[in-house]
Design a protein around this ligand. Structure first.
Ligand code: AMP
Ligand code: GLY
Length: 424
C-alpha cells in the first residue's frame, strides 16, 4: 500500500513514524511534512489547502490511501474531495467534521441525544450575550463559535472578564469565528481526552490521554495547542470510562449515523470528570497534537489496518493492542510561542537520540543543508516510554537536556498531576 499523510506537525510525524513500521506499506509520502518526516518518507512540497493539488500529487505518486492529520483540512472537507477522486481517505466528512468546526452544531447534537455537557446559550447579538452573562454571573465560559485555533475560549473567573471576552468576540478578535458566541456553564473537574476510531457504524476505543494546554509550569500562562501530554490517563476510572462510552461516544456515533452523516475517522472527546460524571467539553474530529505522539509511541498493533478499516467501513472485528507502558511527550517550543516567535534558529543534538524508549518527533522544523532549523511555534516533541509516568518523564527530560537550542523553551512539569498521584 502506498500511503500519503497530510500535515506538517508533530502529530503527522508520529503518524508517519508508526505507518512506516507497517509491513503493508510499500511507499510513504508526507505533504508538506517537516524536517523529521523527510527522514522516513518523501516530503511533497504542495499547498494542502489546494485540494486539486493534493489529489494530483496522490495520483502522480500512485497513492492508495491518504491519512489526513490537521483539523483545518477536516473542516474544509479534504476527505470528501479525495474520496470523490476514488482514493481511500482517513478523514471524516465535512458534515461529520462539524463536530469540531462548529460548537453550536455539537451542542445541538448533545441536546438531541441527551449527551451530558455544560448548559449553554448561543448569541448573535452582543447586548443579549452581555445580558445573559450578567444574569448568570461567574465563573462562566465564553467561546467564539467556530474554529479559532483553540484561541477563542475564555474561562472567565469574573463577570468583568466574561464581559470583555464577549466584547472581543463581537469586535472581530477571532475573525468570522466571533460572529456568534456560545456561553457555557463552568464545569469543575479534571480534564481527560478519550479517543476512539469509528467507521460510521462500529466503534473501536483507543485510549485516554492528558494534555497540558498552558504555556508555563504549574499550568500558568496563555493557552497553547498543547505543551506536553501523557497516555494513558489513569485519573479516569473504569466506571467513568464506561459511562463516557455509553452516554457520550455511542450516542454521538449512533446519532450521526441516524442523521445520515456517519462519522468515520478518529473521534477525540475532551471530557471533564465532574462530580456528576464525565461531561463533554468539546469534540475534535482528528487526532490530538501532541496526544497522537504518545498514542503512536504506545501502540503495539499495526496502525495501518485500523485507519484503513475506519476509513472504509470495515472496522468490525478489529482490535488494538498497547504496550504495557506509559508514554509522555515534552514540547520544545520557540521562545515567544504562543505569541510572536522567530524562525530559523539552529537546533543541535536532536538527531540520533531515538532508542526503544525515546523518539524525537518533529513539528516546526526544516533541514537547511546539514543543519536542523526551527520553522514554527511548537518545534520538537521529545517522547518517551516508561513503566510509570515518572519514569517516562525522566527519560523524556533526559532527551530534552541533550538538545542544544537556546531559542527554545519547554515546561519542566509535564505529567505532574499523575506523578503526584503515583507518589501518593
Ligand atoms: P475548548 O476549545 O472548547 O476545548 O475549550 C478550551 C479549554 O477551555 C478546555 O480544554 C477547558 O480547559 C476549558 N473549558 C471549555 N469549556 C469549559 C467549561 N464549560 N467549563 C470549564 N472549562 C471549560
Ligand atoms: N492537544 C490539543 C489538541 O490537539 O487539540
Amino acid at each position: 500500500m502506498r500511503v500519503l499523510v497530510i500535515g506538517s506537525g508533530g502529530r503527522e510525524h508520529a503518524l508517519a513514524w508508526k505507518i512506516a513500521q507497517s509491513p503493508l506499506v510499500t511507499a510513504l509520502f508526507v505533504a508538506p511534512g517537516n524536517g523529521g518526516t523527510e527522514r522516513l518518507a518523501t516530503n511533497l512540497a504542495i499547498d494542502i489547502a489546494d485540494h486539486a493539488a493534493v489529489i494530483a500529487a496522490a495520483r502522480d505518486n500512485r497513492v492508495d490511501f491518504v491519512v489526513v492529520g490537521p483539523d483545518a483540512q477536516v473542516v474544509a472537507g479534504l476527505g470528501d474531495d479525495i474520496r470523490a477522486a476514488g482514493i481511500a481517505c482517513f478523514c471524516p466528512s465535512r458534515e461529520a467534521g462539524r463536530l469540531e468546526g462548529s460548537k453550536s452544531f455539537t451542542k445541538a447534537l448533545c441536546d438531541e441525544f441527551d449527551i451530558p455537557t455544560a448548559a449553554y446559550a448561543r448569541f448573535e447579538d452582543e447586548a443579549a450575550a452581555l445580558a445573559y452573562v450578567y444574569a448568570q454571573g461567574a465563573p462562566i465560559v465564553v467561546k467564539a463559535d467556530g474554529l479559532a485555533a483553540g484561541k477563542g475560549v475564555t474561562v472567565a473567573m469574573s463577570v468583568e472578564e466574561a464581559e470583555q471576552a464577549v466584547i472581543d468576540c463581537f469586535s472581530g478578535a477571532f475573525g468570522a469565528s466571533g460572529a456568534a458566541v456560545v456561553i457555557e456553564e463552568f464545569m469543575e473537574g479534571e480534564e481527560v481526552s478519550l479517543f476512539v476510531l469509528s467507521d460510521g457504524k462500529d466503534i473501536l476505543p483507543l485510549t485516554t490521554a492528558q494534555d497540558h494546554k498552558r504555556a508555563f509550569d504549574g499550568d500558568t500562562g496563555p493557552n497553547t495547542g498543547g505543551m506536553g501530554a501523557y497516555s494513558p490517563a489513569p485519573v479516569m476510572t473504569r466506571a467513568q470510562y464506561d459511562e463516557a462510552m455509553a452516554r457520550i461516544i455511542e450516542p454521538t456515533v449512533r446519532g450521526l449515523a441516524r442523521r445520515g452523516t456517519p462519522y468515520a475517522g478518529v473521534l477525540y472527546a475532551g471530557l471533564m470528570l465532574t462530580g456528576d460524571g464525565p461531561k463533554l467539553v468539546e469534540y475534535n474530529a482528528r487526532f490530538g497534537d501532541p496526544e497522537c505522539q504518545v498514542m503512536m509511541m504506545r501502540m503495539e498493533s499495526d496502525v495501518v489496518p485500523l485507519l484503513h478499516a475506519a476509513a472504509t467501513g470495515t472496522l468490525a472485528g478489529h482490535a488494538v493492542a498497547w504496550k504495557d507502558a506509559y508514554a509522555l511527550t515534552v514540547i520544545l517550543a520557540a521562545r515567544g510561542y504562543p505569541g510572536a516567535y522567530g524562525k530559523g534558529s539552529v537546533i543541535a543534538g536532536a538527531d540520533g537520540l531515538d532508542s526503544d524508549t525515546l523518539t524525537v518527533f518533529h513539528a516546526g522544523t526544516k533541514r537547511d543543508g546539514g543543519r536542523l532549523v526551527a520553522n514554527g511555534g511548537r518545534v520538537l516533541n521529545v517522547t518517551a516510554l516508561g513503566a510509570s509516568v515518572e519514569e517516562a518523564q525522566r527519560r523524556a527530560y533526559r532527551g530534552v537536556d541533550q538538545i542544544d537550542w537556546p531559542e527554545g523553551f519547554c515546561r519542566r512539569d509535564i505529567g505532574w498531576r499523575q506523578i503526584a498521584r503515583e507518589r501518593g
